[in-house]
Design a protein around this ligand. Structure first.
Ligand SMILES: [Zn+2]
Length: 318
């Protein structure tokens, strides 16, 4: 009987020692996991938000949507965008009077406030290559019908031709981004020329709308280290897309179907305000998105929401 008690006593001691050992190991594993998670936090997204508030953050703030499942970024210029015919290409090479690097911070810009709700779905519609008198005003009308905000990545040459449309876009509280002066492939020109392309367009947009853009969308969706560096110096973010509607080459039903198939909360949808196809497809696109609970936000609003709530696909450094 005494022996049996002794055995129970030894058993209890061993049980306690094992428990303590397991507890220590488990805590270690948890600490390790936590530090790993923290190291994967998208530091750059925070920088972008600070940058957009005009604070003095000159960190690398390039934003790209990483390739994820069927959220592929297409970066082959022949596939992603048309070669844009400019209204007046000759005029482009004139007016080289100001090559100064733009250091304008968007500090005067008021922060847009979007109610944050994790249950909600958000989408940022973007329109490239305008403004155009034939299509941009029609798109503005459609957006207004849905009380929707969108982002227009404008070309300097178009802005120069149609400053009154730029003003309309700004007055309706849409966001305006920089799509370069002449729609050139920025990977094929020197840093100096990249600066010139961006600065000129920036100035045109600021003159017409009152605000300098804080976003760049590189033509054809191609960019290199030089552009990242220049974007970073100017506190601007490079914005790609996650849903390519191919509106410039396909028909309206293709555009609608593509959105239906690929959109999810946090998507940035690429369209162009240069095509009748887009104007035709847009009401159905918006109907679908609205019916499915999406809120239409600008790109900057979307970035802010994603940083705060982790909504949609992960954004961060390339
Ligand atoms: Zn374009």
């Amino acid at each position: 009987m005494k022996k049996a008690r002794w055995k129970v006593f030894i058993g209890i001691i061993i049980f306690f020692i094992l428990s303590i050992f397991i507890f220590i190991k488990w805590t270690d594993i948890r600490l390790l996991a936590t530090s790993k998670l923290e190291s994967e936090t998208p530091i750059s997204s925070k920088d972008v938000i600070l940058g957009m508030k005009g604070q003095n953050v000159v960190q690398k703030d390039t934003i790209v949507i990483p390739v994820k499942e069927n959220d592929q970024i297409e970066t082959d210029p022949s596939k992603t965008e048309p070669i844009v015919e400019l209204d007046d290409p000759d005029e482009v090479s004139e007016n080289n009077d100001n090559h100064e690097q733009d250091t304008e911070k968007s500090s005067e810009k008021e922060e847009s406030i979007v109610e944050i709700n994790n249950e909600e779905k958000y989408v940022a519609l973007t329109f490239d290559d305008g403004p155009t008198p034939d299509f941009t005003p029609q798109i503005l009308e459609i957006l207004k019908n849905y009380d929707a905000k969108a982002t227009f990545f404008m070309l300097g040459v178009q802005v120069k031709q149609h400053p009154q449309i730029v003003q309309q876009v700004a007055d309706a509280d849409h966001e305006i981004g920089n799509h370069t002066q002449n729609h050139v492939d920025l990977t094929k020109i020197s840093s100096g020329e990249i600066r010139e392309e961006l600065t000129k367009s920036n100035q045109q947009i600021k003159e017409a709308s009152g605000d300098a853009p804080s976003l760049i969308r590189p033509p054809f969706g191609v960019y290199n280290n030089n552009l990242e560096q220049i974007a970073s110096e100017n506190n601007t973010s490079i914005i790609m897309w996650s849903v390519d509607t191919r509106d410039w080459e396909r028909n309206p039903s293709y555009v609608v179907d593509t959105v239906k198939k690929k959109v999810k909360s946090g998507s940035i949808v690429l369209m162009h305000d240069t095509k009748h196809t887009t104007v035709e497809a847009l009401p159905e696109v918006m109907n679908y998105l609205k019916k499915n609970g999406y809120q239409f936000v600008t790109v900057s609003e979307l970035l802010a929401l994603q940083t705060l709530n982790g909504i949609g696909p992960f954004y961060g450094n390339k």
